[in-house]
Design a protein around this ligand. Structure first.
Ligand code: GTP
Ligand code: MG
Length: 368
């Protein structure tokens, strides 16, 4: 891969860059001062001046911060919660109810949500809600190795019971090893049948604590804002058992959960910080691109300077629109970020080429 520019190499061997450019031209290589040269070219160029150039293959891991989790530095982090359930069982209504009871009264006149996530300050602690991952997005992220949620609230309408997407949600949560809290919704409806829902869920081994099982259940009415506080209590209780911890005092790592090209802001992405603290000015690698945090905004669109573990932030400063599911890693400087991004880019290109030649060989054999 590329590792050194003409001017950097000139500095290393003590020869003027303009001189090197002439030499390169004679070798048939047209280059500018800021151009990267590969190891082989550097060796050939060095040989011209009787300088032996030692090259070293740098791996991605050598460039990225290697910080072992230190138990002494681990601190509590808020749980990240996703609501899942069958169509029309009340996912959106529940998120609205939580936001209206918990978020809006904190800020006069309510807030407009800017990203697919928000933070709730409950008296027992902060909870982060993600409302983007529908089942598909959730399994898409999981397929890419991204565990974005700590707790799933499984919502089941009491007048409808367990339905196909309820089962799907159970499967997703179980496959991801994520704990579930059950919200039996629409208990205000005359045809609500809470006992029936419990019996149906028991068939999937989701048994409430009062029946000797290990699941927290809450009966709610998202529409009438009933049981919302108690449900949050249960979520926090569940999260205490998980002992969620992260080290806030290290370079940040996170995951992109959504992205877009904003007319004013350019490429933006919502990053869920998983470790460390993300700060304005940090350089980062994301997928095979890089960037530098120019500005950050919280869920309410308010500019912030830093974000710790579990906090979702909208980041400005991507070189290109990132993909959801991309990992996000802060590097020690922009140069390192660019180096890692270019290594990843090269790797991707190589893989694509290899796949393409495989295809063309097959085509060839087909024709013979
Ligand atoms: P999709 O996003 O389409 O999958 O639906 P959803 O799960 O987000 O359900 P949504 O919140 O849109 O609610 C579906 C319907 O149920 C709406 O008409 C709500 O007003 C109604 N609803 C939600 N919660 C309650 C409740 O607690 N009681 C009653 N009576 N109706 C409710
Ligand atoms: Mg909805």
């Amino acid at each position: 891969g590329e590792s050194v520019t003409v001017s950097e190499f000139a500095g290393m061997i003590g020869i003027k860059a303009t001189e090197l450019i002439k030499k390169l031209m004679m070798m048939g290589v047209m280059a500018t001062v800021n151009q990267h040269i590969d190891a082989e070219t550097a060796q050939l160029l060095g040989a011209e001046y009787d300088i032996e150039v030692e090259t070293k293959t740098v791996k991605e891991d050598d460039l990225l911060p290697q910080v072992e989790d230190d138990p002494e530095k681990m601190q509590h982090r808020p749980p990240i919660v996703t609501v899942m359930g069958h169509v029309d069982h009340g996912k959106t209504s529940l998120l609205d109810a939580i936001r209206e009871t918990k978020v809006a009264d904190a800020e006069a006149g309510g807030i407009t949500q800017h990203i697919g996530a928000y933070e709730v300050d409950h008296e027992k602690g902060k909870v982060v809600f993600l409302d983007t991952p529908g089942h598909e997005a959730f399994s898409g992220l999981r397929a890419r190795g991204a565990n974005v949620t700590d707790i799933v609230i499984l919502i089941v309408a009491a007048d409808d019971g367990v339905m196909p997407q309820t089962k799907e949600a159970i499967d997703h949560a179980k496959a991801a090893g994520v704990r579930m809290v059950v919200a039996i919704n629409k208990v205000d409806k005359p045809n609500a049948n809470v006992e029936k829902v419990k019996t149906q869920l028991a068939e999937y081994n989701i048994i409430p604590e009062e029946w000797g099982g290990e699941y927290q259940f809450e009966e709610i009415s998202a529409k009438n804002h009933v049981g919302i506080d108690d449900l949050l209590d249960r979520v926090l209780l569940e999260s205490e058992m998980l002992e969620l911890k992260a080290d806030p005092d290290r370079p940040a790592e996170g995951i992109v959960i959504e992205s877009q090209l904003d007319k004013q802001k350019g490429p933006v992405g919502t990053v869920l910080v998983k470790k460390g603290t993300l700060r304005v000015g940090d350089a980062f690698v994301v997928g095979d691109n890089q960037g530098k945090v120019r500005a950050m905004f919280n869920y309410a669109g308010k500019p912030i300077k830093k974000a710790g573990p579990s906090i979702p932030v909208e980041v400005m400063g991507f070189s290109e629109v990132p993909e959801s599911g991309d990992s996000f890693i802060v590097t020690k400087d922009e140069k390192t970020a660019k180096q890692v991004a270019s290594m990843r880019h090269d790797k991707k290109k190589e893989k694509e080429l290899a796949e393409r030649s495989k295809v063309s060989l097959n085509d060839l054999f087909d024709r013979i």
